[in-house]
Design a protein around this ligand. Structure first.
Ligand code: HEM
Length: 148
């Protein structure tokens, strides 16, 4: 294996080597790790082995056990975890959810993107209409003022 990495570096193919090192787990495999001694979680399509973190979790081990072997993305985000919490997460990373098992929640991301676009569109349109209205009122006022 050492030789394989050496060859890859020689050929400047480091990215490909890193990709090969990523382990993909199927939903079926992950679901089996659902006990207090063997606890895996999926958060944002990444797999974490949090068995050794259960007792340290400031929110208690029960909430983690409830999600054991399943996708905890929604509950993790609902709590509004801090940046510190997200940094802790990195220590327990063991791999990625298999590509075939992704996508069940992805429709949500699409919705967020499209609603994001429409909100940016309305952020400039409303001030533009307001500015136009103010301009018209000002003009009307000036004309009135001149004629009297
Ligand atoms: C391995 C993944 C997780 C890590 C590393 C983590 C880490 C943390 C940390 C560091 C805190 C302290 C507050 C903060 O810094 O945000 C916290 C609080 C908390 N977490 Fe987690 N957490 C994880 C997963 C979860 C999940 C899946 C749930 C929900 C089911 C959850 C529920 C809570 C709750 C309820 C609190 C207490 C919030 C409060 O008292 O204000 N956590 N977590």
């Amino acid at each position: 294996m050492g030789e394989e990495i050496k060859n890859s570096i020689d050929t400047d193919d480091v990215t490909e080597t890193l990709d090969k090192c990523v382990k993909y787990y199927t939903l079926e495999e992950i679901t089996a790790h659902n006990t207090s001694k063997d606890t895996w979680l999926i958060i944002h399509d990444k797999v974490y082995d949090v068995a050794s973190f259960l007792e340290e979790h400031p929110g208690g081990e029960e909430v983690l056990l409830e999600q054991a072997g399943a996708d905890a993305t929604e509950s993790f985000e609902d709590v509004g975890h801090s940046i510190d919490a997200r940094e802790i997460l990195v220590q327990y990373y063991i791999g990625e959810l298999s590509l075939d098992d992704r996508g069940k929640n992805n429709s949500k991301d699409v919705c967020v993107t499209s609603s994001g676009e429409s909100s940016s569109w309305s952020t400039w349109l409303i001030p533009a209409i307001a500015a136009l209205a103010v301009g018209l009122v000002y003009r009307y006022y000036m004309l009135e003022h001149k004629s009297s």
